[in-house]
Design a protein around this ligand. Structure first.
Ligand SMILES: *Cc1c(COP(=O)(O)O)cnc(C)c1O
Length: 426
């Protein structure tokens, strides 16, 4: 495929015109730039707003105005069951059974709730394995749980060091860590896609390996959900958590999600409980004894924020129509094109950190600016001024993530042309 790429507007426009998913872009609000549209590559940080969201929120506001408390039972989608209206499509996106997923809280909260149930340290097996340089929340959450159980991060937090030149981690390194420490590791907690490098991990291979060593396995899918087609159920992972404002386009601070594997659906696990996790059929008897709803729903604490779930419902419906497989096919082409542009046109200024193997990455390319931080910041500011929206990671990396729902081949070309212009003016 790469042999057919061309760095011309004619080629990129022809590819956009032939894209079977091209109409989905029109379902999103593209941030304007100087009378036109910006080239938005920041879906890894905050996905764009689906146009249908505003009206859909208005519908719920009207129900609140007109039905008030009755809105829990009346209206087109009664609030009482609202989180269930996102469940099937959410399960589809992450490759799970519907009862294995729930939309609730936010990522950090869900990570703690899951660890309450799935991090059960004993004197012999108390460690948690995470990747070095993990997202701060993940590290803080894991450290604080270790302390909460009376252990010390010094002994119980094991950080997997990158063993590959660009800061990525090989499967062999994970195998070595488990061979060395497996018997004292209670929980393996790794990302689906690493936020800094863009490296995608093989969830199933990691799960099988860690289970062989007797460890529980959880994944942080913040950068994987809506980006890669996942098969969470088949991966065998014990749990997973994610946020929904990145590739899922569910809005700033959107409601997050959690996956609990079906084999734990009825397990008597310790958990922090709330009334919304109580068995739905008897919840309103308001009894003193907590009886969890089987499956992921049983981890809910509170009745869900309806207005915040609206964008997720709208967005997941778009994912359902587009299909994760088709999105992935386009994503491979788009990111492949961006990679080819960088390597063939811009190798004197930029270097890609993200793995070359498409199976080991999603949409995002983490691109190091040669020449260091000052040069990098200058280029980054120049791109923003020219309507090319990526994001910056210290000390010298620009993350560019073409999202197949709304990005085009012409966006990737615009990025490359802007970098070339900057190079010529610098
Ligand atoms: C985005 C992200 C988070 C953010 O957590 P919130 O609780 O949603 O603020 C956490 N972990 C990772 C790996 C992320 O990429």
């Amino acid at each position: 495929m790469s042999t057919s790429y061309e760095a011309t507007a004619a080629w990129a426009q022809a590819r956009d015109a032939a894209d079977p998913l091209r109409a989905f872009r029109d379902e999103f609000l593209i941030p304007p730039h100087e009378g036109g549209e910006s080239h938005y590559f920041c879906g890894n940080s905050l996905g764009l707003q689906p146009r249908a969201v505003r009206e859909a929120i208005n519908v719920e506001l009207n129900y609140w105005g007109e039905l008030a408390v009755e809105g829990h039972f009346k209206g087109r989608l009664p609030w009482m069951d609202y989180h269930e209206f996102v469940r099937d499509h959410l399960a589809e996106v992450v490759g799970a059974q519907p009862e294995e997923v729930v939309a609730m809280n936010t990522l950090g909260v869900n990570l703690h709730l899951m660890m309450v149930s799935f991090y059960r340290p004993t004197p012999d097996r108390h460690a948690i394995l995470i990747e070095a340089g993990s997202f701060p929340t993940d590290r803080y959450a894991v450290e604080s749980q270790i302390r909460y159980h009376g252990f010390s991060p010094k002994l119980s937090l094991i950080e997997l060091q990158a063993d590959e030149p660009n800061g990525t981690i090989s499967m062999a390194a994970i195998e070595r860590a488990l061979a060395e420490h497996g018997s004292r590791i209670a929980l393996v907690m790794l990302p689906g896609v690493q936020y800094r490098t863009g490296q995608a991990f093989d969830l199933k291979a990691i799960t099988e390996l860690a289970h062989r060593h007797g460890c529980v396995v959880g994944f942080d899918l913040a950068h994987a959900v809506g980006n890669l087609p996942l098969q969470l159920h088949d991966s065998g992972a014990d749990f997973a958590i994610w946020c929904s404002y990145k590739y899922l386009n569910a809005g700033p601070g959107a409601v997050g999600g959690a996956f609990v594997h079906a084999r734990h659906a009825r397990a008597a696990l310790p958990r922090f409980a709330g009334w919304w996790g109580h068995d739905k059929t008897t919840r309103f008897q308001m009894g003193p004894e907590f009886v969890p709803t089987p499956g992921a729903d049983g981890w809910q604490l509170s009745n869900p924020p309806i207005l915040a779930l609206v964008p997720m419902r709208i967005s997941l419906e778009i994912f359902h129509r587009a299909g994760m497989q088709r999105l992935r096919e386009k994503s491979l082409q788009l990111t492949g094109y961006l990679e080819w542009l960088v390597q063939s046109q811009l190798a004197d200024v930029l270097e890609i950190v993200t793995p070359k193997n498409p199976a080991q990455r999603g949409a995002q390319l983490s691109i190091r600016v040669l020449g260091g931080r000052a040069q990098g910041r200058a280029l980054f500011e120049y791109l923003i001024d020219h309507g090319i929206i990526g994001d910056w990671r210290e000390p010298d990396v620009i993350r560019i993530s073409p999202a197949p729902l709304y990005n085009r081949f012409t966006d990737c070309l615009a990025f490359a042309e802007a970098v070339r212009q900057w190079k010529n003016t610098a």
